[in-house]
Design a protein around this ligand. Structure first.
Ligand code: 5AD
Ligand code: SF4
Length: 453
């Protein structure tokens, strides 16, 4: 009988992609995916370290597994990803944990599980050393081995274009757990996307911590966009995340030239205060940030822009926060992700700066900034009413898309536009993975509602 494995995944799109790769490698090695904790032989946990809360969720899951292991001692628990790399052997001493595996070692995970040794660790000793050539090649081979992911949205796939990060924003753990920035060879990326297209993928999302700094032997991210655009079968190309420094305008030009490139930009600002941006080591001022998004709108007038902000960073005064509110008002984002600052051990901010904004103030600022953005999103979304938008259908909508006007629940289909707007509408389940035109009839701050025409 096939051994069963269960997988839990925390964190960003990069982690979702790693999870997909791991799921596929286990299935190819003869394991069977399950979502039943009572029936599983193996529990795999892909972890995130970006905020403390993400790690706490993993620790509470491990606490739970410790109890389960009392009655099912044979279960193998493997913790992999960023938190595994950050905590190393410390995590291995947890009673529930059998295997600790860093993000750069995921190709080995299936072998570690097959080894059947009670405690094993596979991590990079000094992750800031440039990964060896054979490491990159091994990761690339792992990346390319799977045509399409088991648990992905229909007709969509993530494709990594680069690994790691060299920016060292003072609050961020990523450079310490994902290692140095390395762009993947364009020919490998193209070959991989061609395979995905042959397998029925219509939308690819190119992933990297700072995709706009992609560079491989002189070939830039804009060059890559032109190449990916030539691939038959791929209809939409999205990419995340961009860094608001040294922005190559050719990327905006590509959006205008190439109909497949979605006119959507996720470009985190993190703060509107120059003092805070400096303390964060972001390397730009709020004016420079605004220049980039003004340029984007000048070249691509209908571009949808999303941002990230951290509130309550070390030293953030009310005045600094006002500047963040002002930036959000000026930027007119489609939506924003807002986070309360969470000091991460080992980062420069945690070493050198006090976490001096009280939690209550962080919460208050979070609520206030969300409210500012909600108003902007609601206005922008309203402007879609009466228009027709093209969406790629993801599947059935989870319950809870409450339409404020009627309080009626719409457990229908959900899809996204090229600009990444979420659209909920009536329709048959077999539309999943298809492009459809939707007439927008209502809008809330988070969602557009409509009907097929
Ligand atoms: N605390 C809070 N938010 C953080 N982010 C990254 N590090 C931290 C931290 N230590 C946020 C940033 C980033 C997003 C992925 O997570 O806004 O863009
Ligand atoms: Fe972290 Fe900054 Fe790199 Fe983004 S660019 S992953 S915030 S260090």
């Amino acid at each position: 009988m096939k051994k069963k494995f269960l997988i839990r995944s925390f964190g960003c799109q990069m982690n979702k992609l790693d999870t997909n790769l791991v799921v596929n490698s286990f299935i190819q090695s003869g394991f069977e995916l399950t979502d039943q904790p009572a029936a599983t032989d193996i529990v795999l946990i892909n972890t995130c370290s970006v905020r403390r809360h993400a790690e706490e969720r993993v620790l509470s899951l491990l606490g739970h597994l410790k109890h389960i292991k009392k009655t099912q001692p044979g279960i193998i628990v493997a913790v992999f990803g960023c938190m595994a790399q950050r905590l190393k052997e410390d995590l291995l001493s947890h009673e529930a944990v059998n295997i600790v595996c860093g993000p750069l070692q995921i190709p080995e995970l299936v072998n570690l599980v097959n080894n059947d040794i009670p405690k094993q660790v596979a991590i990079s000793d000094n992750i800031r050393h440039k990964p060896l050539l054979q490491d990159s090649e091994r990761l690339d081979a792992f990346e390319c081995a799977y045509d399409t992911a088991e648990d992905n949205l229909p007709a969509q796939a993530y494709v990594r274009v680069m690994r790691g990060c060299d920016n060292f924003c003072s609050y961020c753990v990523v450079p310490y757990v994902r290692g140095p920035e390395a762009s993947r060879p364009p020919e490998k990326i193209i070959a991989q996307i061609k395979k995905l297209a042959d397998a029925g993928i219509k939308q690819v999302t190119l992933l990297g911590q700072t995709v706009n700094s992609y560079c491989y032997n002189g070939s830039s991210f804009a060059d890559l966009l032109y190449e990916v655009s030539k691939i038959n079968g791929i209809e939409w190309i999205k990419f995340v995340t961009c860094y608001p420094r040294n922005f190559d305008e050719k990327i905006f030009k590509a959006m205008v030239d190439l109909p497949k490139i979605c006119r959507y930009l996720h470009i985190p600002a993190q703060s509107g205060s120059d003092k805070i941006l400096k303390a964060m080591n972001r390397g730009y001022t709020s004016a420079q940030y605004l220049e980039i998004i003004d340029k984007a709108r000048e070249i691509v007038p209908d571009i949808a822009i999303a941002g990230d902000f951290i509130v309550g960073f070390s030293g953030e005064t009310d005045e600094d926060f006002r500047k963040t509110v002002e930036l959000v008002e000026k930027a007119q984002y489609k939506n924003c992700f807002i986070f309360k600052y969470s000091p991460r051990p080992g980062t420069r901010a945690d070493d050198k700066l006090a976490d001096d904004v009280p939690m209550e103030v962080k919460k208050q600022r979070n609520i206030e900034l969300l409210a500012v953005q909600e108003k902007i999103s609601a206005e922008l979304n309203k402007s879609f009413i009466g228009k027709t938008v093209k969406v790629l259908v993801e599947g059935m909508s989870k319950k809870g898309h409450l339409d404020g006007a009627t309080e009626k629940e719409y457990p229908q289909l959900i899809g996204r536009t090229a600009g990444d707007y979420i659209v909920v509408f009536d329709g048959p389940a077999n539309l999943a993975g298809q492009f459809v035109d939707i007439n927008i009839t209502r809008a809330s701050s988070l969602t557009l509602f409509g009907q097929t025409n």
